[in-house]
Design a protein around this ligand. Structure first.
Ligand code: ZN
Length: 271
């Protein structure tokens, strides 16, 4: 087990679940030293949970989850059974691809605060990757835990119906209203210059959206299976299965904005 001190108040240990969606594995963050808040205990890995419990000892106060995908929250139930610390998060709007074991003692909402003597964590609702996605702002260090809202080194998958591209962009813009120094993502290393990171991600999504618009206008009508080739012509074809989710999310955003129409499997440009 490797414990990384990323700031005076925050330590990180990473679960052993690296892969296509999880990069080097899911990051679990321990905030505080006397009264510890655990953020994202990770997958249902008894070994990882045992490591967390050992580091925290008696000092664990609560377990927070950024969202309830299976690489972030199933460890919460195991850690609760081991330590009795309460679990807090938000329930998702859709059941697909969610952790069925997740139960929160108190459902968190935007603007809630977790106050300990050493620190304050502020809850920021950031739907987009998942309807129930929360970021947590550590006010003393202007450090934000972003779960899968912002990852280090890879683009976040937005899978409808629980994933929503329009909300995702809005939730990114929301972070620009907060004074921030560091991003501690759910996967990968700490990122500096949070507002430039956000600008880059929004720019990248808008670039992709422009490719969607160009492809539909050129074809006048097209299905997702047709659009994927032109919209993601710069992406490895092995990733098309995943990219189709994000493509659908882009199309849903354009439908919400009344710029695209959908009839059966065909998408039409409305302008
Ligand atoms: Zn994740």
């Amino acid at each position: 087990m490797k414990i990384i001190e990323i700031s005076p108040l925050v330590r990180r240990i990473t679960a052993d679940n690296g892969g296509v969606f999880t990069g080097g594995g899911t990051n679990t963050y321990l905030v505080g030293h006397q009264e510890i808040t655990v953020i994202d205990p990770g997958p249902a890995s008894p070994e990882h949970v045992e490591n967390i419990a050992k580091i925290c000892g008696e000092d664990i106060k609560q377990i927070l989850v950024t969202h309830t995908h299976n690489d972030h929250s199933p460890g919460a139930k195991l850690l609760h059974q081991r330590t009795a610390a309460p679990i807090m998060g938000m329930y998702p709007l859709h059941k697909e691809m969610q952790d069925p074991t997740f139960k929160t003692k108190k459902e968190l909402k935007h603007g809630d605060e977790i106050n300990e003597a050493e620190y304050t964590l502020k809850v920021i609702h950031t739907p987009g990757h998942a309807s129930n996605h929360l970021c947590f702002l550590l006010e003393e260090e202007k450090l934000i835990f972003t779960g899968d809202h912002i990852m280090d080194g890879s683009t976040v998958v937005i899978a409808p119906p629980d994933g929503n591209m329009k909300q995702y962009i809005d939730s990114l813009e929301l972070l620009k209203e907060i004074d921030l120094k560091y991003i501690a993502p759910g996967h990968g290393n700490v990122l500096e210059n949070p507002h430039s990171v956000v600008d880059w991600i929004v720019g990248h999504r808008m670039y992709r959206e422009k490719k969607v618009i160009d492809s539909i206008t050129e074809a006048s009508k097209a299905t997702i299976d047709e659009l994927i080739y032109s919209v993601y012509d710069d992406v490895d074809k092995n990733l098309y299965g995943i990219a189709k989710y994000s493509l659908e999310a882009h199309l849903n955003k354009l439908i919400e904005e009344d710029r695209v129409l959908k009839d059966q499997d065909n998408y039409y440009w409305k302008g």
